[in-house]
Design a protein around this ligand. Structure first.
Ligand SMILES: *Cc1c(COP(=O)(O)O)cnc(C)c1O
Length: 397
């Protein structure tokens, strides 16, 4: 590869751009993970991460990608052959259900159209029919990263309660945690799955399970084989700031800085920044004349936008053009959306100038590929970023 000047724009919906203070923290000398310096770090990050999940209960931290934390959520709470209810929001919900089947569970997948979120009413009527309570858990992806659709988790909680059903609620927040408002405790979620490399601005390598009291109680009777993923040994060691096996200690140094940064900015300001980047991006996409993959206004994701290209145009060729021309990576279409959509990640360490830079890069790529579009997407985004309160100057002046 020849040198490309300027910073690479990593605008895939995770991994995201890692800020320099976090990279510097990770580059510190490795420390003794059984020593006092580590203990202070362990205590700090284990307490600090709870604020991001909005829980007062335990958050287990694994040296694994998000997929590991998916498995942990299942094996800690369930027994071989248990039935699960999963809602098909897209590629990631599908992968989670495939995992459940591979490890000996019986997922029932409620079909979705990959353009809308998990439907609470459908979940409620399915649970109401399950009079013997064979379904042990309901699994939902909060922010479906393949489609840019955010599901309403409180409505799913209400659906389970209205059906009078005891199933656990397991939620994947890998691409929303720390970017879109999420409340593990208040929303009555039993296990929340998170990852380090998206909203938390860290490189890939850490993942999380926030655990409710009900989930922890279920774990006592859950017979899925587990060792590496076992919550109880983790929670016992974590009480003193330590881990039962070697933690990813340099990543935890990075996590400490990420938590400090999020606390300093304030979670509500972080969420508002993501909302703004997302609406500016959507304004550009609509201006270009393209369709957004997410169909419902209320479900638009604040962390990514999946854009549908007109028939006959290759989204992958466009992404390749943009990478070569502008040194920017965009997300590809997954599964049935391959080559049909591209995904713009607008999450993590990201500000208004990066929003407009990203949109410029896409528009230059569209022009270079000869994909019909209305030019001026950056202007459309700017109108949103300026707050639509620019004093108007008429063309005659
Ligand atoms: C990224 C992602 C995953 C997969 O996580 P890995 O870290 O790649 O294992 C799962 N679910 C969602 C919603 C994601 O965005």
């Amino acid at each position: 590869m020849t040198y490309q000047p300027g910073r690479h724009f990593l605008q895939i919906p995770g991994p995201t751009n890692t800020p320099l203070p976090i990279l510097a923290a990770i580059a510190q000398p490795t420390i003794d993970h059984r020593g006092p310096e580590f203990q202070a770090l362990g205590r700090e990050v284990l307490a600090g991460i709870r604020a991001v999940f909005k829980t007062s209960g335990p958050v287990v931290i694994y040296p694994a990608s998000g997929t590991g934390a998916w498995e942990a959520a299942l094996v800690n709470t369930l027994s071989p052959g248990d039935s699960l209810l999963m809602f098909e929001t897209g590629w990631f919900s599908t992968l989670w259900s495939k995992m459940a089947r591979k490890i000996g569970l019986e997922p029932e997948v409620l079909p979705g159209d990959w353009r809308t979120g998990a439907a609470a009413a459908v979940i409620e009527s399915r649970l109401a029919k399950d009079r013997e309570h064979r379904i042990k858990a309901v699994c939902v992806v909060h922010n479906e990263t393949s489609t840019g659709v955010t599901s309403d988790i409180p409505s799913i909680r209400r659906a389970i309660d209205s059906a009078g059903h005891p199933a656990l609620l397991l939620v994947d927040t890998i691409s929303s945690l720390g970017s879109i408002d999420y409340r593990h405790e208040e929303w009555g979620v039993d296990v929340t799955v998170g990852g380090s490399q998206k909203g938390l601005m860290l490189p890939p390598g850490l993942s999380f399970n926030a655990v409710s009291e009900k989930a922890r109680a279920a774990a006592k009777f859950a017979r899925m084989p587990r060792s590496f993923w076992d919550w109880e040994e983790m929670i016992a060691a974590n009480a003193n700031g330590f881990f039962p096996y070697t933690p990813a200690s340099n990543m935890l140094q990075g996590l400490k800085v990420a938590l400090d940064m999020m606390r300093e900015e304030g979670l509500d300001a972080v969420f508002a920044r993501h909302d703004r980047a997302a609406s500016a991006t959507r304004a550009a996409v609509v201006h270009w004349g393209f369709e957004i993959q997410c169909r419902n206004e209320a479900e638009h994701s604040s962390t990514l936008t999946a854009v549908r290209l007109p028939e006959g145009h290759s989204a992958d060729a466009l992404r390749a053009e943009i990478l070569a021309r502008s040194n920017m990576s965009l997300g590809n279409g997954l599964g049935p959306l391959a080559d049909r959509v591209f995904r713009i990640g607008h999450l993590g360490d990201f500000h208004d100038l990066m929003v407009t830079g990203t949109i410029s890069g896409v528009e230059m790529g569209l022009a270079a590929r000869g994909i019909p579009h209305r030019s001026g997407g950056v202007e459309a985004a700017l109108r949103v970023l300026k707050g639509n309160n620019e004093p108007a100057i008429s063309a005659a002046e």
